[in-house]
Design a protein around this ligand. Structure first.
Ligand SMILES: C[S@@+](CC[C@H](N)C(=O)[O-])C[C@H]1O[C@@H](n2cnc3c(N)ncnc32)[C@H](O)[C@@H]1O
Length: 246
């Protein structure tokens, strides 16, 4: 994933050499071209989702989500949620990846997906492609303001909010791209997953839910905007909802 710009030196702890960084940047350009082309091919099967998709893309070209500024507002929001700047690192799941993953997880008509940390909402279009209801919860007002109109045109919803406090009662599927989150924030999300109904599918990127009470159904290696990444499809077990001791 790409870090927000102006990260202070103490947060640039990836230890990447300059040549490695150059290779990464070049590969990201190729992935961007490839994933955009594939997204459009997939969306040609659902033409009414094309205008919202192009709207989101155009706004990303105009105002990049990858260059989030460290502002007074960002600091205030992070203080309120108890997070650090690095957790706002940006990256997306292409629509074609999302369509395949969500289909594999059983999402379809009558299902409801919630994306925790939804960014600009690209993932929600994948859920809509499958005919599911889709809602995104995003911490940064800035992302939501830029994306909300297009997301709503696609029949989905994008709300400003802290994912660790999201209402997941009606969700049949919860997706979270939690690659950049600290173990502390991930632990708070896991507590949130425990408020889901039994049988809810929890889809996590890079790491599985490392806590009792969740059954791993399958693991996949899929293409994201920054490269290949593992994704786990898990299910909330019915005898441990609300019980953090088992
Ligand atoms: C890697 S992006 C993922 C975007 C989208 N889910 C996707 O996969 O295409 C992660 C997003 O999570 C947001 N985020 C971080 N902490 C959050 C929190 N506590 N509540 C809601 N969103 C959060 C970041 O601002 C960022 O936009």
């Amino acid at each position: 994933m790409t870090e927000p710009s102006s990260s202070p030196p103490e947060q640039d702890d990836y230890g990447m050499s300059l040549p490695a960084l150059v290779v990464l940047r070049i590969s990201i350009v190729f992935i961007e071209l490839f994933t955009r082309l594939f997204d459009i091919l997939v969306l040609l099967r659902r033409p009414r989702l094309l205008p919202p998709y192009l709207g989101l893309w155009l706004r990303e070209v105009r105002v990049s989500p990858y260059r989030l500024k460290r502002s007074f507002e960002t600091t205030r929001v992070l203080q309120a949620s108890g997070q650090i700047f690095k957790e706002l690192m940006y990256g997306e799941m292409p629509v074609h990846t999302g369509v395949w993953l969500f289909w594999k997880a059983g999402l379809g008509r009558g299902s409801r997906l919630v994306d925790l940390g939804a960014g600009r909402g690209r993932t929600l279009l994948a859920a809509r492609w499958l005919g599911a209801e889709a809602q995104g919860v995003e911490l940064m007002q800035h992302h939501v303001d830029l994306a909300r109109k297009s997301v709503e045109k696609a029949g989905a919803q994008l709300l400003v909010g802290d994912a660790t406090r999201a209402d997941l009662q009606d969700a049949t599927h919860v997706f979270t791209n939690w690659t950049a989150l600290t173990p502390q924030t991930r632990a708070r999300l896991v507590e949130r997953f425990r408020t889901c109904r039994p049988g809810t599918r929890i889809l996590t990127v890079t790491r599985p839910v490392e806590a009792p009470g969740f059954t791993v159904l399958s693991k996949h290696r899929l293409l994201f905007t920054w490269g290949l990444e593992h994704v786990w499809i898990q299910e909330v077990r019915d005898n441990v909802v609300g019980d953090t001791t088992k």
